[in-house]
Design a protein around this ligand. Structure first.
Ligand SMILES: [Zn+2]
Length: 159
């Protein structure tokens, strides 16, 4: 469904613009990868999904609420969307990719961090080889367990 797969959302473009300016190079919506991740960083074996809180049914989020009409239809749709997300992430991880989910609310209305801190986090996450993670606007930024070997190698440009 086109709406669900709405690509190039404003938030995604914003992140891309800043990450590009920070020197990151990426591919977009890679068709070879399950779930067609929004931003793919082959060099870091990492992908970012920018999840709209509504379409991906971000539970407990103020940006998500089930529409009052046609509730059965919507609940079924949200269930399917979540299941598809889960399968894509499992597939990516089992194929050696690290996955970062950035929820829309992490950019639109974060409570505990600024946009610059979010960018710093993504930068460290990409370069430091940390595991998959999820960022939303209601929580703090995840704690990174960085792989300093990878970090050093990339910084020295030997990779
Ligand atoms: Zn949200």
């Amino acid at each position: 469904m086109r709406l669900f797969h709405s690509k190039n959302t404003k938030l995604e473009l914003l992140l891309r613009k800043h990450l590009f300016a920070m020197g990151f190079r990426y591919r977009l919506h890679s068709k070879e990868l399950k779930g067609h991740p929004d931003i793919v960083f082959p060099r870091y074996k990492a992908v970012i999904f920018v999840h709209g809180c509504f379409w991906h049914a971000h539970e407990g989020c103020s940006c998500f609420r089930v529409p009052k009409t046609n509730q059965a239809f919507w609940l079924e749709k949200f269930r399917n969307n979540k299941e598809r997300d889960r399968i894509s992430i499992e597939w990516l991880e089992s194929n050696g990719w690290r996955v970062c989910i950035v929820w829309e609310c992490a950019v639109k209305r974060p409570i505990y961090f600024t946009f610059d801190e979010l960018l710093d986090f993504i930068c460290c996450w990409l370069k430091g080889g940390a595991h998959s993670c999820e960022i939303d606007g209601g929580g703090i930024l995840p704690k990174l367990e960085l792989d300093f070997e990878i970090f050093k190698v990339i910084r020295l440009g030997i990779s």
